[in-house]
Design a protein around this ligand. Structure first.
Ligand code: ADP
Length: 449
């Protein structure tokens, strides 16, 4: 087992990882930018190192600074969290070369899955169903038109290096291809420094359902069920739940087994998420994330398995602590992403939290690094915490969620809590009847949905 883990992240996820390390008896190193000197994970870590100024490029994304912090503190492993360097194959490689463990899969697997075209080809080869689309990249608008004519409109042009919902453009008919192609290219180049595009059939009413997997890197892998992340704004998840209201035990097992077998076949190591769109009873692979995800707690709540603990054990050479048959799903869990943003305009709202009272009680989990008197810096993602609620069934979970949202007080800044208060009272949400476009439509016209 490792003796000291450096946590190369910030915010709620840095605290989440720190908690797992403490429970395993592993010493922790927090790294932080000058803007995060007062962060909770910095206060709770055994050691901390300032790795640079507030700009993420010069601190949380600064590999030489992170390597120096490892050297100074003698950390023997690095947990990257999500975002920042968590899917950076080069970082994993550099750590490997310095005999410091990267708590994640091999750099080769990160690279394959990071290129969405290669990921899709790999998924197909491993027997995972994929969205119909181009075989590889699409290099001109003319080629895009030819492929679109084959698969049928509407189509979606996507960035091979994409992430965070950027670099994606829909074309409803041939007349829209030229514009979609050129705007997606510019956005991809600006966001990712790579303008390679590929094309997919644009599914019109899908749900976003993803499967959590865990592999030991030695040919064994299990799945931990799915999460339904269909409530999205600008292709970004807002609320997640498990199990999905749209699946039954049979199709859950079917897709779970396909994913677990594929990961076993590639000797995948650590946690990973295989994302699908689900429409008319069919699953279509869109991408794989080779890291811990924001919404991992909903899976932890229904399985009782600590995913960060498993990540650490596997990265240190351990075996899976259980077989597929040992994994059982209990009750229902829902997560709300609490952002420091206005609940309607989504304008970021950094600043000082003047009063803070999180909810508590049975089945309630709040993952957040904020506290009363804490000032949210304006330089980073606006996610400030997650409220995760568990119930014996979906109805109990929703009732508990409503109660928790009523109790939750965050004064001094705007948050997205009021939006969730509206959503728990909505009939479609109560019925679990929503697809990936539902929230955008609701926000455009909350009454007439
Ligand atoms: P990113 O890596 O940028 O998050 P994804 O491929 O995971 O990109 O897609 C993000 C979201 O975009 C999906 O959850 C879904 O809402 C939408 N999306 C992606 N591909 C398609 C598609 N072929 N048809 C319809 N919606 C899609």
């Amino acid at each position: 087992m490792f003796s000291k883990i450096l946590i190369a992240n910030r915010g709620e996820i840095a605290l989440r990882i720190l908690r797992a390390c403490k429970e395993l008896g592993i010493a922790t190193v927090a790294v932080h930018s000058t803007a995060d000197a007062n962060a909770m994970h910095v206060r709770l870590a055994d050691e901390s190192v300032c790795i640079g100024p507030h700009t993420a490029r010069d601190s949380y994304l600064n590999i030489p600074s992170l390597m120096a912090a490892c050297e100074i503190t003698g950390a023997d492993a690095v947990h990257p969290g999500y975002g920042f360097l968590s899917e950076n194959a080069r970082f994993a490689e550099i750590l490997e070369a310095h005999k410091i463990a990267f708590i994640g899969p091999s750099s080769e697997h990160i690279r394959i899955m990071g290129d969405k075209i290669e990921a899709k080809q790999t998924a197909k080869r491993l027997g995972i169903p994929v969205v119909p689309g181009s075989e590889g990249g699409v290099t001109s608008a003319t080629e895009a038109k030819r492929i679109a004519a084959e698969i049928g409109y509407p189509v979606l042009l996507k960035a091979a290096a994409g992430g965070g919902g950027r670099g994606m453009k829909v074309a409803l008919n041939e007349g829209e291809i030229e514009t979609a192609y050129s705007t997606a290219r510019v956005e991809a180049r600006n966001s990712f420094g790579d303008d390679t595009l590929y094309m997919e059939k644009y599914l019109q009413k899908p749900r976003h359902i993803e499967v959590q997997i865990l592999g030991d890197g030695k040919g064994r892998a299990v799945h931990l069920g799915e999460r339904d992340c269909s409530l999205q704004r600008r292709h970004q998840k807002v609320l997640e739940e498990a199990p999905s209201p749209a699946l039954n035990a049979a199709n859950r097992k079917k897709i779970g087994d396909i994913c677990a077998k594929a990961m076993a076949d590639m000797s995948y190591s650590g946690v990973g998420t295989i994302e699908f769109l689900y429409e008319n009873g069919e699953f279509y692979f869109i991408e794989m994330n080779t890291r811990l995800q924001v919404e991992h707690p909903v899976t932890e709540m229904i399985t009782g398995i600590d995913l960060v603990n498993e990540q650490i054990r596997i990265a240190s050479g351990g075996d899976l602590g259980f077989t597929q048959d040992d994994i059982t799903f209990e009750g229902h869990a829902i997560e709300c992403r609490i952002n420091a943003e206005h609940a309607r305009t989504f304008v970021p709202s950094p600043g000082k939290i003047t009063y803070y009272h999180p909810p508590g009680g049975l089945g309630v989990r709040v993952d957040s690094g904020v506290y009363q008197g804490y000032s949210i810096p304006p330089h980073y993602d606006s996610l400030i915490g997650k409220l995760i609620v568990h119930g014996r069934n979906r109805v109990e979970c929703m009732m508990r969620l409503r109660r928790c949202l009523d109790e939750f007080v965050v004064d001094g800044i705007e948050t997205t809590i009021p939006l969730f208060r509206e959503l728990v009272d909505n009939q479609d949400i109560a019925n679990g009847m929503y697809d990936i476009h539902w929230l955008e439509k609701y926000l455009a016209d909350p009454v007439d949905i």
